[in-house]
Design a protein around this ligand. Structure first.
Ligand SMILES: Nc1nc2c(ncn2[C@@H]2O[C@H](COP(=O)(O)OP(=O)(O)OP(=O)(O)O)[C@@H](O)[C@H]2O)c(=O)[nH]1
Ligand SMILES: [Mg+2]
Length: 297
């Protein structure tokens, strides 16, 4: 049989369920997922094999109206991911419908006209009857080869989607070894796991004011990992909240992140978290580049 291989960018508004879908298609938890928008900050690959086809999925940050330099880098990365793909999968939250952010995605696609399909997600949340008019509106834009309906959460429609994606990939040899799952390093995965915890445990602006960097990674003689990470925040007051009374908040974040790392890396982990005030990191090209969130160019 002929081999096929191609890139599929998962593009959409924040919180549409892009990372959940990546994990679902991959069959394992790779990308971090939270109920808060703007969780994903960088593009990452999830490599799926379907028969003779290698589907290289690209999870992207959500498309929204950017304010900070970090936001612009996120939205820019998402559009770059889409431009480099063989197929763009526009993921729309069926419950939210075509809101301002979804409109921004559609307008952007209208400008660039990539090969695209629309995928209505979260169909577990709404009535089938409400789906049809929405699908029709997407179809009428003329931008999509077809409109599919899924639930990344329950798995409804996922097998059909996977087959459809595989059939849409160009003929060609595989780009990655058959056992490679992602392009993310373990250091980055570890940083993402801690950031997921920050998003889940912290409120208001705090998740958006923080970033995580893995500073040291040591394989210990007993087979365990020693991981040291810095949590960057913007102000002293934020540092105090992340640490919490008597260090309780930071301890809780560390314990939960460590447990997740042990699951992810299948080995014992000793995690050390430091909180540092790095003023204006989200506006600084240098800091964003150091965090791998903006090209240095
Ligand atoms: N009910 C329901 N919830 C879903 C579905 N897919 C995702 N979610 C939830 O939607 C929220 C956002 O999911 P994510 O996968 O983080 O969304 P995202 O598009 O990657 O978000 P950003 O990275 O912030 O742009 C989470 O609470 C998910 O559990 C779905 O099919 N049904
Ligand atoms: Mg995401």
């Amino acid at each position: 049989m002929t081999q096929r291989c191609g890139f599929v960018a998962i593009l959409g508004p924040p919180n549409a369920g892009k990372s959940t879908l990546l994990n679902r298609l991959l069959g394992t938890k790779l990308a971090i997922v939270t109920p808060k928008p703007q969780t994903t900050r960088r593009c990452m690959l999830g490599i799926v094999i379907e028969g003779e086809t290698q589907i290289v999925l690209v999870d992207t940050p959500g498309i929204f109206a950017p304010r900070r330099r970090l936001d612009r880098a996120m939205v820019g990365a998402a559009w770059t991911g889409a431009a480099d793909a063989d197929l763009v999968m526009a993921l729309i939250d069926a419950e939210r419908g075509i809101d301002d952010d979804a409109r921004r995605v559609i307008d952007g696609l209208a400008e660039h006209k990539p090969v695209a399909i629309a995928v209505l997600n979260k169909i577990d949340l709404i009535d089938k009857a409400a789906l049809l008019p929405l699908a029709q509106r997407l179809d009428e834009t003329g931008l999509f080869r077809r409109v599919m309906m899924i639930s990344g959460l329950t798995g409804d429609g996922i097998e059909d989607l996977k087959r459809d994606l595989a059939a849409s990939m160009p003929e060609g040899t595989w780009h990655f070894p058959d056992d490679q799952l992602t392009d993310l390093s373990e250091r980055l995965i570890a940083a993402e796991i801690t950031r997921e915890r920050l998003f889940l445990e912290l409120r208001q602006e705090l998740p958006y004011a923080s970033a995580v960097e893995t500073e040291r990674w040591t394989e210990q003689p007993d087979g365990s990992l020693r991981i040291e990470q810095t949590i960057h925040v913007e102000r002293d007051s934020q540092k105090a909240i992340v640490i919490g009374k008597g260090g309780r908040q930071l301890k809780r974040i560390g314990e939960l992140a460590r447990a997740e790392m042990e699951r992810s890396f299948s080995r014992r982990v000793h995690l050390f978290l430091f909180v540092r005030v790095t003023e204006g990191w989200a506006e600084s090209r240098e800091h964003l580049a150091a965090l791998g969130l903006e090209d240095e160019g």
